[in-house]
Design a protein around this ligand. Structure first.
Ligand code: NAD
Length: 251
């Protein structure tokens, strides 16, 4: 029997990239899966599509209720919806800081708040937050984005402490640069997309971008009932970017 057989999962931002790969992997391993997204029009059966904006508390509550009704309960929440921001601390105005925090941090708060009463009824409850290497390494031109992911990292630890005695595990994944539509849009906007991609690849010791399926695999590991002793951790999926210090390759 597969580890997710009989479990019910909700993945935010599940219509694209990491969220999509995660929803499909969990479904492939036996879970019933609902996807919460701003635009779930590309989401097909067996995934259950729920349209919602994580910045709107009412819409999140309605989507979580619809997912729970459709799935018959909830065991796993993957808090993954997020947006990017570029620039130094001088480059984004207050409105942009509020907007990105609203999606990346408060979005996870709203979804968790709506999901927790249902997770408490599960024998295998787990929350996995999509954080980022930007939470633990200083990346240039990412002040606002990094601040939101630092908050996600701290929130993960605090939530893990708050809910451990209720049997709810909370962990996060810290991806490096992942080959998703998001990065595709970033590269398209660069002056020289080829050079930009080569530079992002070179930043990761593996010499390539992370695949969305590899992040999905890490999320599934943390969400699985087989990982019942793992809570309050951040799992790097970054091609070695955080932990390794290589010498330049010999030419
Ligand atoms: N791609 C990377 O290099 C990378 C690296 C580290 C962390 N991450 C994180 O992974 C997560 C997913 O990124 P991705 O690369 O798969 O992006 P993506 O743009 O491919 O997918 C993001 C999804 O989130 C949805 N979404 C955005 N705002 C929303 C909102 N307000 N309400 C509901 N849904 C919303 C979008 O519609 C989209 O389907 C994000 O939290 C991101 O910060 C990405």
């Amino acid at each position: 029997m597969s580890d997710f057989e009989g479990l019910r999962a909700l993945v935010t931002g599940g219509a694209s990239g990491i969220g999509r790969a995660t929803a499909e992997l969990l479904a492939g391993r036996g879970a019933q899966v609902a996807v919460l997204d701003l635009d779930p029009s590309s989401v097909d059966k067996p995934l259950l599509a729920c349209r919602a904006d994580v910045t709107d508390d009412t819409s999140v509550r309605e989507a979580v209720a619809a997912a729970v009704a459709g799935l018959g309960g909830l065991d796993v929440l993957v808090n993954n919806a997020g947006i990017g921001a570029q620039g130094t601390v001088e480059d984004n105005d207050d409105a942009e800081w509020r907007r990105v925090f609203d999606v990346n941090v408060l979005g996870m708060v709203r979804t968790a708040r709506a999901a927790l009463p249902h997770l408490r009824a599960s024998a295998h409850a787990a929350i996995v937050n999509t954080c980022s290497i930007a939470a633990t390494a200083g990346l240039p031109q990412r002040a606002l984005y990094s601040a939101t992911k630092g908050a996600v990292y701290s929130l993960t630890l605090a939530m893990a402490a708050d809910h451990v005695r209720e049997g709810i595990r909370v962990n996060c994944v810290n991806p490096g640069t992942v080959d998703t539509p998001w990065i595709g849009r970033l590269l398209d906007a660069a002056d020289d997309p080829g050079a930009e991609r080569a530079s992002l690849e070179a930043r990761q010791p593996t010499g390539r971008l992370v695949a969305a399926a590899e992040v999905a695999g890490a999320i599934a590991y943390l969400a699985s009932p087989l990982s019942g002793a793992t809570t309050g951790t951040a799992l790097a999926v970054d091609g070695g970017m955080q932990g390794l210090r290589l010498r330049p390759a010999a030419r």
